[in-house]
Design a protein around this ligand. Structure first.
Ligand code: UDP
Length: 468
């Protein structure tokens, strides 16, 4: 029987795929058919690392489109990737929609795309299909993107997005100020990359005006001021697998679940969880200082050392390190992070402040030590340290390194001063209430799904095909 059929399109990065796949799974649980479109490379990673033997269920089809880069080529040049996607993917998406509409019992009734994939929203518009933009990061970051024209007019950035001064920007009286150099697109490695990402931001702003809905993985309990600045942005987050009593999916690396049994053996609130998301790369000096700082902390730690996390080809620990650490430290290449953060043994997280990691920590009342790496992470840190006051930043020395001593002393301070945990538990309650029945994010998500069901072009001929 025909059902509402939604195409879901993430931006091809780990921190974008996980939350939008969670949204897709929420749709499936309400009887909506989903075709989830990854790039070819990410499709094989996500389906290959899916631990559930039943895959994603009958209502979810995982498909792929080429991103225009040869499969053997390096995709770490994000400038090249963005340009290539823009050249290749819109036509491929159109062809896919035509094929589905010809062959599938349910025609495409809605496209939900990451707002950084503005071209997908334009394809939907061109083909007369309803659409929604999804924003996986903080609404404060989105607010800065939506305000780009005002920043140009005010002489804060030039037309290519390059900051012209270092004076702090205030988007509103009640939002924390941002350093122009910390604007999400400006905090990248070189001018050419900044310019490409600024174009993506401009296209995202334009696309956001074409969609019926603009849904965001956040909640007003975390960012009330940013939401009030742009009332068209609807909170539906934090989108976490546990809201559905399910496991997090969409990993690019195989998760090592054995660390959960190790966590079971540690005392309550004793473990330092250390994870820097999917992009952060350390130089060898910083990597070693981190290792030695964890050793000096004299506490159990669970550390995610992703393949390729250091600039060197192999990851070198300090001499004799793993022997000295023994079973006090557990090192894995990828953790089931949402489960780890909800484990009672975890005391705190040392994090790069990626938005998903923040939501996952916040939703579990976990205090943070912050070591941002790039993009929006520096502004995200401000929320932890200055607004919610659930953590502290790790300070770099004159050589730009966070030393072992700094790590040791900040861990001690974070875990000995009760205020961080008290504040973290307070925010946890507020965030949990937003995604619980009657909460703001819960209501918005349900309204959105109802809208998908009511606007189902397939149902026009078969009114009783809608499942609620
Ligand atoms: N993650 C994970 N296992 C790990 C490290 C990270 O499952 O060992 C997940 C984490 O739960 C989060 C995502 O990867 O959902 C990382 O997103 P985030 O926004 O924190 O950082 P990014 O990778 O975008 O820098």
């Amino acid at each position: 029987m025909a059902k509402p059929h939604v195409l879901v399109i993430p931006y091809p990065a780990q921190g974008h795929v996980i939350p939008i796949l969670e949204l897709a799974q929420c749709l499936v649980t309400k009887g909506v058919k989903v075709t989830f479109i990854n790039t070819e490379v990410n499709h094989s990673l996500v389906t290959g690392n899916c631990l559930d033997k039943d895959g994603f269920g009958d209502l979810m089809q995982m498909v792929s489109l080429p991103d225009g880069i040869e499969s053997s080529e390096d995709r770490s040049d994000i400038r090249k990737l963005n340009l290539s996607m823009l050249q290749t993917m819109p036509r491929k998406l159109e062809e896919l929609i035509e094929k589905i509409n010809k062959e599938d019992s349910s025609k495409v009734s809605c496209v939900i795309a990451d707002d950084s994939m503005a071209w997908a929203i334009q394809v939907a518009k061109k083909m007369g299909i309803s659409s929604a933009a999804f924003w996986p990061a903080s609404v404060a970051t989105l607010a800065s993107i939506l305000s780009f024209q005002k920043m140009i007019d005010d002489g804060i950035i030039n037309k290519k997005g390059i900051p012209l001064s270092s004076e702090m920007i205030r988007l509103s009286e009640t939002m924390p100020p941002i350093k122009p150099q910390n604007l999400a697109w400006a905090c990248l490695e070189d001018t050419a990359t900044i310019e490409v990402f600024f174009q993506v931001a401009i296209q995202a702003e334009e696309a956001s005006r074409l969609t019926e809905w603009f849904i965001c993985n956040s909640c007003p309990e975390l960012e009330a001021a940013a939401f009030s600045l742009y009332p068209q942005l609807l909170p539906i987050g934090p989108l976490l697998a546990r809201n559905r009593l399910a496991d997090q999916a969409g990993h690019f690396w195989q998760e090592d679940s054995t660390c959960l049994a190790w966590l079971d053996q540690q005392p309550p609130r004793s473990v330092i969880y250390v994870a820097f998301g999917s992009f952060t790369i350390f130089n060898q000096t910083q990597f070693e200082e981190l290792a030695l700082g964890l050793e000096l902390s004299n506490r159990p730690f669970l550390w995610v050392v992703r393949p390729g996390m250091t600039k060197e080809t192999t990851t070198d620990y300090p001499d004799g390190y793993t022997e000295r650490i023994g079973s006090r430290g557990r090192i894995v290449s990828w953790a089931p992070q949402q489960k780890v953060l909800s484990h009672p043994s975890v005391a705190c997280i040392i994090s790069h402040c990626g938005w998903n990691s923040i939501l996952e920590g916040v939703a579990n009342g976990v205090p943070f030590l912050c070591l941002p790496y790039f993009g929006d992470q520096f502004h995200n840190e401000t929320y932890i340290c200055d607004i919610w006051k659930t953590g502290m930043g790790l300070e770099k020395d004159e050589a730009g390194i966070v030393t072992r001593g700094e790590i040791k002393s900040k861990v001690e301070k974070l875990l000995s001063e009760k205020t961080f945990r008290v504040k973290a538990l307070y925010i946890k309650e507020k965030v949990t209430s937003s995604v619980s029945k009657g909460g703001c994010s819960h209501k918005n998500l349900n309204n959105f799904i109802e809208w998908i069901q009511q606007n189902d072009t397939n149902a026009k001929d078969q009114p009783d095909s809608i499942e609620t």
